[in-house]
Ligand binder design. Structure first.
Ligand code: AKG
Ligand code: FE2
Length: 231
């Protein structure tokens, strides 16, 4: 877990960042750097390529207020009751979450909160959201409110490094922590941080390993979630 990471500036020198260690950024919000091995990252990128075909292609979604997101997204597994932000396939409550993602989510919770934690025993994810960030994409501060239950959100990063802004549960302004998420990092937020505002102000273009196979660079983010019935 404690290994130094290297950051390649676009066309610039290789910068050495300090050792990165697991940090509980706020109660219940845990950053685990270097969680996935390079091989696991490569496999996950390959799997993502298969998952985002056809009606599940990555698209710039329209927000309920009419704005178009700069991030391209798709959802796998169980979807929200209403067609999701312009998702063009019918919501299907029986869609199974791919087994690799179910297992990824459960492993993530166990790594962040401990194998013996209540969350590790009970987390049964139903849904995964895949986000793709190109050089110009960002995500504004928001709460993840679509899942009504208290289950944690499990987030995995692949490709370019980003700044993940993790705020408070009251409003979208400061105080917040800016956390660098590198390829292979895990970030889990639940418990009293479950409703914290968070966002991605930007990605460091070209910082990802070209060997990952993201043809034009960019960042993939997978969040594994548990969608409960609203009533
Ligand atoms: O890209 C990320 O790291 C965060 C994504 C996110 O917050 C979301 O999809 O709700
Ligand atoms: Fe979110």
């Amino acid at each position: 877990m404690r290994r130094p990471t290297r950051l390649q500036g676009p066309g610039g020198p290789v910068l050495f960042t300090p050792e990165r260690e697991t940090v509980e950024v706020a109660p219940g919000a845990v950053h685990v750097p270097g969680w996935l091995s390079p091989e696991e990252q490569l496999n996950l990128v390959r799997r993502c390529r298969g998952w985002v075909q056809g009606s599940r292609s990555l698209q710039n979604r329209t927000l309920p207020g009419g704005g178009v997101m700069s991030v391209k997204s798709t959802v796998l597994g169980r979807t929200w009751a209403e067609p999701w932000h312009g998702q063009d396939h019918e919501a299907d409550a029986s869609d199974p979450l791919p087994g690799d993602l179910l297992e990824l989510g459960q492993r993530g919770v166990a790594s962040a909160y401990g194998q013996d934690s209540p969350e590790a025993a009970s987390f049964m994810p139903t849904t995964a959201l895949i986000n793709f960030y190109d050089a110009h994409a960002h995500m504004g501060m928001h709460q993840d409110l679509d899942e009504t239950g208290p289950d944690p959100i499990v987030s995995v990063s692949l490709g370019d490094t980003c700044v993940f802004r993790f705020g408070n549960s009251e409003h979208r302004g400061p105080p917040y922590h800016d956390v660098e998420l590198h390829s292979g990092d895990l970030f889990v937020f639940g418990r009293s941080s479950r409703w914290a505002f968070h966002g991605v102000p930007g990605v460091q273009t070209g910082s990802g390993d070209p060997g990952l196979g993201l043809r034009h660079g960019g960042r993939l983010n997978i969040t594994v979630r548990s969608l409960r019935d609203r009533n």
